[in-house]
Design a protein around this ligand. Structure first.
Ligand SMILES: *[C@@H]1O[C@H](CO)[C@@H](O)[C@H](O)[C@H]1NC(C)=O
Ligand SMILES: *[C@@H]1O[C@H](CO)[C@@H](O)[C@H](O)[C@H]1NC(C)=O
Ligand SMILES: *[C@@H]1O[C@H](CO)[C@@H](O)[C@H](O)[C@H]1NC(C)=O
Ligand SMILES: *[C@@H]1O[C@H](CO)[C@@H](O)[C@H](O)[C@H]1NC(C)=O
Length: 516
């Protein structure tokens, strides 16, 4: 058969048209799923950002996000400590269910987030997202690194996987200044542990990590990840959990002695800079309008370090307590074109709600397990009020026989138990925050959080609140009856040999784990 050149030209044109169409459909359909960036600060309290009223903080990028996005005033972390709050955020379930209690996991823990838990990354991965985590994982390492982020839906990991205060601290500020001294006994830097490792995926690339350049390294990794995803037309999930502003404070050259607020302010300013760099990259990659950026903190302010710690603002006590200062945290959602600029939401929301919200935004379905969060996408888009009406507050050392210490129900809060913590200050002027007081309250203390966010005026003796107190008791009982306590992962045996070491098996351990 004779094939004319005209014929060939036609077929080539048809093939090209089909090819262009296919490429267009692929790019378009993958691009239509929004990118998700979750920025999770450490120990940043309700009163720390300039946009939440701090008079000496320098946070222009976060303030800008708030000005052009949505700032929340009743947003809660589901837990008041590092490891539990991360478990709750990533699974949409109270940390009690996954056994991430009591207190926190360490580099020598054999336990970690159970592998059968479903994380936000797992869900998005199934939707074809490119996923990466940067920073403080804090959900265990374990034997053969079975609890590392790569096993929980993250394609990539880069960072110092646990708190830098659990490593010998040498240099926290340029030019090679030492680190702040702990003002509480027994909780100094971990001089008996291996030096802090910086990981790329499963491999240590620096030990001890150079804290002075860590923020820059995180930003470079984030920018590369965003650029690569954007160029490939892939939707992505970036979870950046900062090691800042946990004790001991640190910051690089650019932020040394930078703020009026001292070392905490300098560390916070470095987070803010990093947020600005990431937003700029999204803009540069022209995907800002298709990306939800959510900033919040793992728990309230650590008040242990006098004026070198965070601020709870008007709230009572801080980290590791079930007072508002332990759980209520700054939160900002930013999504140009989707979230109306400058709106503030008084809606009652929590970190538990991120998983269901992100699931909805990505067009995915919830895992078939009990989820404690609720979809808040309609709150973000200004279409509805939050449907949440309760939150259980578990103490730093939960006990199944006692259960939650407090509950928020609508705008009321009832404390059945209260207790302070060393994390909230041995020297706090408010002695309720001190670690010695564990008190049982019957009837429970009752506060109206809208009228009295500082939990100053207990109303449990006032007859008009009798009914609401009864209702709260019933709600709490019902919620706790449905709570299934996972086996504690933190109480599993410790093994110092699990502490990350760039020269496995070296001697004398742990100081030999050093690779410059
Ligand atoms: C994970 O496995 C443990 C042990 O078998 C089980 O108790 C727990 O319910 C499982 N969790 C989930 C989320 O499936
Ligand atoms: C930090 O700034 C203060 C006030 O500007 C100045 O007095 C001090 O010398 C500075 N410290 C260093 C180490 O640069
Ligand atoms: C993004 O959304 C904003 C606000 O609606 C709009 O002004 C801007 O032009 C949009 N940019 C792009 C690239 O679509
Ligand atoms: C708790 O400790 C503070 C001092 O840190 C002391 O003033 C207070 O009386 C103690 N309270 C109790 C109940 O022991």
């Amino acid at each position: 058969m004779k094939v004319s050149t005209k014929h060939i030209r036609m077929s080539v044109l048809v093939y090209m048209a089909v090819f262009i169409l296919v490429v267009f459909v692929c790019v378009h359909s993958s691009g239509s799923k929004p990118n998700i960036v979750v920025l999770f600060a450490d120990d940043v309290g309700y009163g720390d950002l300039a946009c939440y009223g701090h008079p000496a903080s320098y946070t222009p990028n976060l303030d800008g996000m708030a000005k052009n996005g949505m700032l929340f005033t009743s947003f809660y972390s589901a837990a008041n400590l590092c490891s539990p709050s991360r478990a709750a955020l990533l699974t949409g379930r109270y940390h009690i269910r996954s056994g991430i209690y009591p207190f926190v996991l360490g580099p020598d823990s054999t336990g970690g987030l159970p592998r059968n838990e479903t994380t936000i990354a797992n869900i998005l991965k199934q939707q074809g997202y490119h996923t990466a985590m940067i920073g403080k994982w804090d959900l265990g390492i374990g034997k053969d690194m079975v609890h590392f982020p790569m096993h929980y839906g993250f394609d990539k990991y880069y960072g110092v996987p646990y708190v830098h205060g659990a490593c010998p601290c040498e240099t926290c500020f340029y030019p090679h200044e030492g680190c702040q001294q702990s003002v509480i006994g027994g909780d100094k830097c971990g001089f008996d542990k291996t030096y802090c490792p910086l990981f790329q995926n499963m491999r240590i690339i620096q030990q001890p990590v150079d804290l002075l350049t860590l923020a820059e390294k995180y930003v470079d990794f984030a920018k590369d990840f965003i650029t690569d995803s954007a160029n490939a037309g892939e939707s992505f999930f970036l979870y950046l959990a900062y090691n800042h502003c946990h004790f001991p404070q640190f910051a690089g050259k650019r932020f040394h002695n930078f703020t009026q607020r001292g070392i905490y302010g300098d560390s916070l300013a470095e987070i803010d800079w990093s947020v600005g760099e990431i937003l700029q990259q999204l803009r540069h990659s022209q995907i800002e309008n298709n990306t939800l950026v959510f900033f919040t903190s793992d728990n309230g302010a650590a008040l242990r370090d006098w004026y070198n710690g965070g601020s709870s603002g008007m709230l009572k006590c801080g980290k590791a307590t079930t007072y508002e200062g332990g759980h209520r945290v700054p939160a900002i959602a930013y999504w140009p074109g989707q979230i109306t600029a400058g709106v503030s939401s008084r809606d009652f929301l929590t970190t538990l709600d991120l998983l269901p919200t992100i699931t909805k935004l990505s067009g995915s379905v919830l895992p078939k397990v009990t989820i404690d969060g609720m979809d808040m996408s309609s709150v973000l888009f200004g279409q509805a009020k939050s449907a949440r009406d309760n939150l259980l507050y578990y103490p730093a050392y939960p006990d199944k026989k006692i259960g939650a210490y407090a509950i928020r129900y609508k705008h009321y809060k009832a404390h059945f138990y209260t207790e302070g913590s060393p994390q909230s200050g041995m020297y706090n002027a408010d002695t309720d925050c001190h670690p010695n007081n564990t008190l049982h309250h019957d009837p429970p203390l009752l506060y109206d959080l809208d009228r009295d966010p500082g939990e100053l005026y207990n109303m449990n003796k006032e007859p008009q609140y009798k009914d609401v107190l009864e209702e709260i008791k019933q709600v709490k009982t019902k919620l706790e009856d449905a709570m299934i306590w996972g086996t504690s992962q933190v109480n599993k045996p410790k093994d110092p040999r699990l502490e990350p070491c760039c020269i496995p098996g070296c001697d004398p351990f742990p100081s030999c784990c050093r690779c410059d």
